[in-house]
Design a protein around this ligand. Structure first.
Ligand SMILES: NC(=O)c1ccc[n+]([C@@H]2O[C@H](COP(=O)([O-])OP(=O)(O)OC[C@H]3O[C@@H](n4cnc5c(N)ncnc54)[C@H](OP(=O)(O)O)[C@@H]3O)[C@@H](O)[C@H]2O)c1
Length: 321
């Protein structure tokens, strides 16, 4: 019996998961690990194997391997023997488009060296293509980007282009409402104000956990999505619609207040200019952003895909009031 189990494990295709201790990679790692009869095994990559999140994955059967996105040789070792690799960068750790590109390149080089058969690169669109270079509606940031964490990922697509890759275009995490300080704030009259520069346009949103689940669906589909760009969302909703759901779900009055992108950029918190530009892209190019993502595809890849209200029911206790 023991021998049989070992063989079953050995027969599984190994997926090396960058960011396994985070939202996207964590969702994928948990999807693999919660399907023990499935065809895949999980190698969780982290800079700190002893951390709690890595250990939680290890206790569910993940192999935990140490590597750093700044070190190609370490990534090559971490990808060695893997059938698949999930590649994601964390812009918000350094706020630098150039660093994000270096780290993406390191992963692409390592995936090539290791002979990985299927890479998923978590990317976003190049927002510069939506506007003429002399368009003055929003500033350039870091000299050459409109939305650095979008544009640098899009530029990085080129590093992965020669590989058996799926470009996964993700959406705004609804989890930003509790994890990123982007939730409604209490006003003096006891109601909550949700201030964002989105006008009356729809935001392409998703439960963060569903990104990893969709990635699992992409790996499970074999070669179907190799060489393809797959855009996913959970729902496209206006902020007024979301505020309505928040009021109902949280039992408080949440009023969405649209502000001008310039005002938002001026709020002064770290990344306000970046997020101001991002929301303005979502607002001014609603058709293009929504058109690049599909709820149907996301649901086909992950039948458990949550709507905003389902997400709210599950996570509302995390939203600080
Ligand atoms: N928030 C949103 O709405 C949203 C929407 C679309 C796309 N994104 C993109 O998602 C990305 C972040 O992904 P996430 O939300 O899953 O991240 P997260 O939850 O913040 O976790 C970051 C993960 O990246 C890993 N990591 C960071 N730097 C690393 C390095 N140098 N070497 C190895 N691992 C490293 C961390 O691993 P260890 O700390 O364990 O080493 C951790 O697992 C960002 O680039 C962002 O632009 C975000």
């Amino acid at each position: 019996m023991q021998q049989l189990e070992v063989n079953i494990v050995a027969d599984r295709k190994l997926i090396a998961v960058i960011g396994a201790t985070g939202s996207q990679g964590g969702g994928l790692a948990r999807a693999i690990l919660s399907d023990p009869a499935g065809a895949f095994a999980c190698r969780a990559i982290t800079r700190n194997p002893s951390n709690e999140k890595a250990q939680a994955l290890a206790s569910k059967g993940a192999e935990v391997v140490k590597a750093d996105l700044d070190d190609v040789a370490g990534l090559e070792e971490a990808f060695a023997g893997a059938y698949g690799a999930y590649c994601v960068t964390n812009f918000w750790e350094h706020f630098s488009g150039e660093k994000e590109k270096e780290q993406a390149k390191n992963m692409a080089v390592a995936a090539k060296t290791a002979g990985v058969k299927h890479v998923i690169w978590s990317t976003l669109e190049d927002t510069r293509k939506l506007m003429a270079p002399d368009d003055k509606r929003m500033p350039f940031l870091q000299e050459k980007y409109r939305v650095p964490h979008f544009d640098a990922k899009a530029e990085s697509d080129a590093y992965f282009a020669g590989l058996p890759v799926t470009f996964l275009v993700t959406s705004f995490y609804w989890d930003n409402l509790y994890a990123f300080g982007l939730g409604p704030k209490k006003a003096d009259d006891g109601s909550y104000r949700w201030v964002l520069p989105m006008g009356d346009k729809r935001l392409a949103g998703i439960a963060a956990e569903d990104i990893g689940k969709a990635a699992y669906g992409i790996f499970k589909a074999g070669s179907k999505y190799i060489g393809k760009t797959v855009g996913i969302a959970g729902e496209f909703l206006t902020l007024a619609q979301m505020a309505g759901s928040l009021s109902k779900g949280l039992g408080v009055r949440v009023n969405y207040q649209a502000v001008a992108p310039d005002a938002y950029r001026g709020f002064g918190f770290p990344g306000a200019d970046e997020l101001g530009n991002m929301f303005q892209v979502y607002r001014d190019f609603e058709k293009e952003v929504v058109g690049a993502r599909s709820v149907e595809t996301a649901r086909a890849l992950n039948p458990q895909l949550l709507t905003f209200e389902q997400w709210l029911t599950k996570y509302k206790s995390k939203i600080p009031l």
